[in-house]
Design a binder for this molecule. Structure first.
Ligand code: ZN
Length: 116
């Protein structure tokens, strides 16, 4: 395998890199330590402030991330995190669009009232 610090080829059983002296992290261990943001805060924000249906989908994906990471499925965790973020943003953007439409309708309604 290769040192993750300097890239030197080292023995598979080595604990410390012979070239740079850096502690060697085994590949599986490195994957387990990979942090994948679960986007749960974004999902909850989207649900509360914008759009409940897409927010719930987002929360479901966000809550899957940590479990997938623990089971060692880093790609699955990344995929779930990506979907959580995507659904959260769909909710936030559609919430913003509906908000703008609502304000425009309110302004038009107000203007119509003033004309009478
Ligand atoms: Zn090294």
């Amino acid at each position: 395998m290769f040192c993750q610090n300097c890239g030197a080829e080292i023995n598979d059983n080595a604990v410390v890199c012979v070239k740079c002296g850096c502690a060697v992290v085994k590949k599986e261990q490195a994957q387990l330590e990979t942090k994948v943001s679960n986007n749960l805060a974004l999902a909850i924000f989207s649900t509360i402030c914008c759009c409940i249906p897409t927010g719930i989908v987002s929360i479901i994906y966000a809550t899957k991330v940590d479990g997938l990471l623990k089971s060692g499925d880093v790609n699955g965790a990344k995929d779930a995190a990506k979907k959580a973020s995507m659904w959260a943003w769909i909710g936030i953007i559609s919430g913003a669009i509906f908000g703008v439409i609502y304000i425009l309708l309110a302004i038009i309604g107000e203007a119509a009232n003033n004309m009478q």
